[in-house]
Design a protein around this ligand. Structure first.
Ligand SMILES: C[S@@+](CC[C@H](N)C(=O)[O-])C[C@H]1O[C@@H](n2cnc3c(N)ncnc32)[C@H](O)[C@@H]1O
Length: 226
């Protein structure tokens, strides 16, 4: 049988299959929108940065786009899970708990996911807390993808720590943006961060795919109200 053809704008078919097989929460149509944004942003020749690796589902698509564009992905996570992923919560997966330590550890699953897809060399994984890592970072980024903690404390810290590093014409992508509280499942902090980015005057909306929002830097960092 002939190999599945790659659509001109889409990820490699085997990467898309790996994405769909990986543990995680992002549906396919949002993944394709993330991939399209990452492909475009990789054209700037700058790294792509993700906050919230979990088991690598979205990282696969970023890595495929980075490979195509000749750049790297940096993905940041402490790998101990967000609030809603802890035992007793709806999004808890008992398989992610390290029985020796008694806490979640998604790093092994992430590494297996990336290895199986042959994408390890395109990704730099940083194990740590997003604000702590952000304080050490001082270079421009082609894309920042915020998909970390969903409390106001975490989403705000992710925005404040990383959005200033989005280069001119670079993209800020925010996941789990729910304008209607009826749709919320982990709160509206990402929505509040999204509004803040728009109100800052530094970012302009490019696309909306369900809860995935893509914004472009069209203003200078620090010039707005945000
Ligand atoms: C919704 S999951 C990410 C899902 C992933 N992007 C995917 O598509 O499968 C959120 C992740 O953010 C991580 N996280 C939450 N708060 C964090 C923080 N302050 N610093 C680093 N990682 C954090 C959690 O450990 C969790 O793995």
């Amino acid at each position: 049988m002939a190999a599945a053809a790659r659509t001109p704008e889409g990820p490699e078919p085997e990467v898309l299959a790996a994405f769909e097989a990986a543990k995680g929460f992002m549906p396919r149509h949002e993944g394709l929108a993330l991939y399209a944004a990452a492909r475009e942003a990789a054209g700037l020749g700058l790294p792509l940065l993700e906050i919230g690796t979990y088991c690598g589902r979205s990282t696969l698509l970023l890595a495929d786009a980075a490979r195509a564009g000749g750049v790297s992905v940096i993905t940041v996570d402490h790998h101990r899970g967000s609030e809603e992923q802890q035992p007793g919560w709806d999004y808890h997966d008992p398989d992610t708990v390290d029985p020796e330590v008694g806490r979640m550890d998604t790093l092994p699953a992430f590494r297996r996911t990336l290895h199986r897809a042959g994408l390890e060399e395109h990704v730099i994984a940083v194990v740590g807390r997003s604000p702590q890592v952000a304080r050490l970072w001082n270079g421009p980024l082609g894309l920042v993808f915020i998909d970390g903690g969903h409390t106001d404390e975490h989403a705000t810290a992710d925005y404040e720590g990383w959005a200033p590093h989005v280069a001119e014409s670079g993209l800020l992508v925010i996941h789990d943006v729910f304008p209607d509280p009826v749709d919320e499942w982990t709160g509206q902090a990402p929505y509040r961060v999204y509004l803040r980015a728009l109100e800052s005057g530094e970012f302009t909306e490019v696309s909306v795919t369900d809860s995935l929002r893509v914004l472009r830097r069209t203003g200078v960092a620090g010039s707005g109200r945000g």
